[in-house]
Ligand binder design. Structure first.
Ligand SMILES: CC(C)(COP(=O)(O)OP(=O)(O)OC[C@H]1O[C@@H](n2cnc3c(N)ncnc32)[C@H](O)[C@@H]1OP(=O)(O)O)[C@@H](O)C(=O)NCCC(=O)NCCS
Length: 160
């Protein structure tokens, strides 16, 4: 099951030069550049390649500005990653992008889950604004330098 791109694009109001589409293999270089510039522990090119069918690309004037990885199985969806090009962050794009992807989720999806580092305040705030609530923690889940860092698991009810 995939995100309904047409429905998602309808949400990008006020950002007419922006749109969303599914990723293709031609996007790998751009996606990898965004991933490497936004994560201390980036996915490899091979990992991006392996999940290409679950990647959605946010375009600005046809150029990739960000991407999200969403896996949907039956009544559950999970956000595996979302990243916006550092030069484009703080302009509301991440928020618009995720809001649009939520609207485009298959109507059968009831819960939307994600996991985030406890230190990633910016992402956590974005998720809270879009209606995600913390439902659990995973102690020492992520690598963080020489130490470990907790994960917060958040969920949003869909179709309410
Ligand atoms: C998280 C991310 C996708 C947000 O995208 P963005 O386009 O910068 O976010 P937006 O501009 O839509 O802002 C959404 C909210 O994020 C928060 N935010 C944005 N810029 C911020 C900043 N400089 N400082 C603190 N919070 C900030 C705010 O709460 C903002 O809401 P507000 O406009 O009401 O204040 C982006 O920062 C990113 O790519 N981060 C690196 C990758 C990452 O951590 N992904 C999450 C993995 S779980």
């Amino acid at each position: 099951m995939a995100v309904n791109i047409a429905a998602a694009n309808q949400v990008l109001v006020g950002t007419k030069e922006h749109n969303i589409r599914r990723a293709t293999l031609d996007d790998l270089v751009s996606l990898s550049a965004i991933e490497n510039s936004t994560s201390a522990y980036p996915c490899s090119n091979q990992q991006l390649y392996d999940c290409i069918e679950n990647i959605y690309v946010l375009l600005g004037n046809s150029k990739p500005l960000g991407f999200a990885v969403i896996v949907t199985v039956e009544n559950q969806a999970e956000l595996h990653n979302i990243a916006i090009d550092p030069e484009q962050q703080g302009k509301g794009l991440g928020s618009q992008f995720l809001k649009a992807l939520v609207v485009g989720l298959p109507t059968t999806v009831e819960q939307f889950y994600l996991e985030v580092r406890v230190s990633n305040f910016r992402a956590i705030r974005l998720y809270q604004q879009l209606g995600f609530n913390k439902i659990a923690e995973r102690k020492d889940y992520y690598r963080n330098g020489l130490g470990r860092e907790d994960a917060i698991i958040m969920a949003k009810q869909c179709n309410q």
